[in-house]
Design a protein. Sequence first.
Length: 647
Amino acid sequence: CESSKHNLNGNGSMCEKMRLMLIPSPGKSPGTRPEDEAEGKHPQREKWASKLDFVLSVAGGFVGLGNVWRFPYLCYKNGGGAFLIPYFIFLFGGGLPVFFLEVALGQFTSEGGITCWEKLCPIFTGIGYASIVIVSLLNIYYIVILAWGVYYLFQCFQPELPWAKCHHPWNTNRCIEDTSRMNRSLMLAANASNVTLVSPVTEFWERADTVSDSRNRTWDLALCLLFVWVICFFCIWKGVKSTGKVVYITATFPFVMLIVLLIRGVTLPGASQGIKFYLYPDLERLKDPEVWIDAGTQIFFSYAICLGAMTSLGSYNKYKYNCYRDCMLLGILNSGTSFVSGFAIFSVLGFMAQEQGVDIADVAESGPGLAFIAYPKAVSMMPFPTVWAVLFFVMLLLLGLDSQFVEVEGQITSLVDLYPSFLRKGYRREVFIAIICCISYLIGLAMVTKGGMYIFQLFDYYAASGVCLLWVAFFECIAVAWVYGVDNFYDALEDMLGYRPNPWMKWSWTVITPLLCVGCFVFSLVKYKPLTYNKVYEYPDSAIALGWTLALASMICIPMVVVIKIIQSDGPLIEVGGLTVPAVCQHILMPLLKHFPACSPQRIKAVAAPVRGGASSRPKELTFPLDPNGNSGGLKAPTHIIVETMM
């Protein structure tokens, strides 16, 4: 405060008193009031019991199904090893910077995915609302995958895997058991006569023909979905106290089983051909824009960013926690898991292709097709198929389960932080979680009907699409780097971490990530193709319209909130560089004010200011000429301020 003693009416002792009152103590939430601390009260916001709780929660949150069933397929589809070039460009230019940004933002503000933006950059609070819309829709359909996994896991305990043979009631006369090369000639003859033969695993998986065939609910799947939602509820109902303990199992055990499946896979005949098919580089594919689009969207999917979940997890960190170090290590873990998963998957697909006498391209699939058709078919050809099927589906369930409850935790945290005085009393938070889970379950029932797969793909293709995530990531970087000011945020990071992170982060937030997001966003729209199912069924226009409605429901939040904030502004107009703007726009122009000394020779830069109520710990006699939240007079209940002189 030395530089500002004269500016604040010469009252140096008052400045020092203010600094001691407002700067958070090590290990305390920046939202902890000094009077609470003096009285020995606990911070209102609970914290992780240990550093490992946070690390495992993040690892479980973003190491999920996409690492196992999407990355390996994208790698083989987009040029094998050549795909790693755009993948790493987007990783270091977009994925890691935005991931660290969200965790650090949560840790710094001690707020969830919505109120953190109200503190840092109120006019861009729409970023938080966009994230909550995306994650709410994602939570509805992502857990359906786990319901399928539970159903398959239960079916594994029959005397014989039900998808291995054609003698079950659901099988048709087109079913053919394809565990032998001898069937190849039969399949060729059938193709010549225009008869489509299908494997028993395909008939076990899919039994509906049209998207309108969604009236008859399969109650076994509905019960599986309910079972998974109940597990999810009890994993998060006590907040980080329960989440931080569950992840010790859900986040570690899948890695053990992945290693077991990897060892088993590479020892199978034909595994080397599968791995070669997975990694053989085809540099010509890099000329295709879709390769770069796939790389960008995969990064944003696999790092669970733009969902508010990472911000919520970071908000439970202690203020002085070194999140930068752990974010970098977790990034290595995430991408490394994706890469290793490819060996486990394609070694098995190579074995299956050799057993059937077909090309690997004929058996390689992505998404649910890999998890519930290709891999189950492969394990049915192995010795002791039940053992390997159980291991695979348990791994799949645990990978998806911790991702699910971490995302639900992020959703709940963001909403509870909007109304803390109401939802944190008694058991209201637990009741609120139960209500959210019940509503999500009821909506998700539409996806476990006989035509549910069509509805599922509609949500997957539009609701949490790469376009939505890129849109949110772009505005996150703009809000922090250009509106709030990247140097201001680096000051905050230095206060938390004790050092300034590598300048690579600053350049990424300022230039690289926004450019990558814009480029990928534009190419995604240019290359857009209407959704089809299995490249055969074309969705009706009404379904496509519904899909775009789901996508726009999140994207429109950001500009809509900006407009609402400006309309609701009733403060005076200010003049900056010859421009007259509403008072609410002061915060947008904060980083530019240093170029206009006459506008603000002395400025208080608010690092975080609360939004909803709460008494300020700042002495009442201190007033400041410019409130970056758009209020004349003083800052609103700051949790951490830096006094500086801008000349």
